[in-house]
Design a protein around this ligand. Sequence first.
Ligand SMILES: [Zn+2]
Length: 304
Amino acid sequence: MRKPSLLMVCCALTLTLVGCTTSDQSKTEEAENKPADTEQQTETPADTPKDTEDEVVEEAPAPEAEPPAEDEPAEEPAADEPEAEETPVVEAPPVEESAQTPSQPLEQNGTANVKLDTLILVNKQIALPAGYKPTDLVTANIDFVDTASGERRMLRKEAAQAIEKLMAGAKAAGIDLKGTSAFRSYDYQVQLFNAYVAKDGKEQAMKYSAPPGHSEHQTGLAIDVSSASVGYQLTQSLEQTKEGKWLADNAHTYGFIVRYQRAYEAETGYMFEPWHLRYIGVEHATNVHKTNVPFERYLEQSMN
Ligand SMILES: [Zn+2]
């Protein structure tokens, strides 16, 4: 796992803030989290990136835009609890088939219920247990952008196999896609967040970056993908490309949902991210696709 130094992080951050989109790996990663979180704090200048957990290189999103990016919620981290360091690693439970509806609570005191396995829910209000790291991470055998390396190419085994099938299906349909970022460790989120705090102070940092533990990428079930048509950037314009349309129409058949839809912004608190795929299994993904509701609502409804 690679841990960028603070210096790298700061440099990358600086570059990004300056609007530089070139990329070396560290820069790209930061960009992801750096986006300004729009949801509740909206004093960000018009061109400030919205808060996206991923590396959004987006232009200003929708007017109403308040939702920050999905991956890193702009939620408030407990102000004084640096849960980063001392928390023990929580291991993921064995993978079970994810076809049945969950019969367990989605969270407890703001902490995600890892027993939900591939249906685990993480969002701006619900964080993963500090230190959580799936035990069945494997490198997904798909094309990734050069800036993605090491753990960033990893997913939980079931999700990795699914994304491999999705990419094969895309290729067969003449759709060019590459992975840009998959697993994101808790430690990495901590490093990133701390770098922002060091640079801008905690109050400011919390406006555009998510506190550690709230990134869905930490579940090992989320991956960002993009295409050459948009320079492999994480941009909302992916939606207008044939690749973006193919994803929107077909991802569920491989068990993935486009987790943060434009129509869900108010509900999820995240801006539209046509590039962020979350694995929940074919059956559930198909249900979510058909009913067109946010994952949160789907889970709540399924549990009744
Ligand atoms: Zn993402």
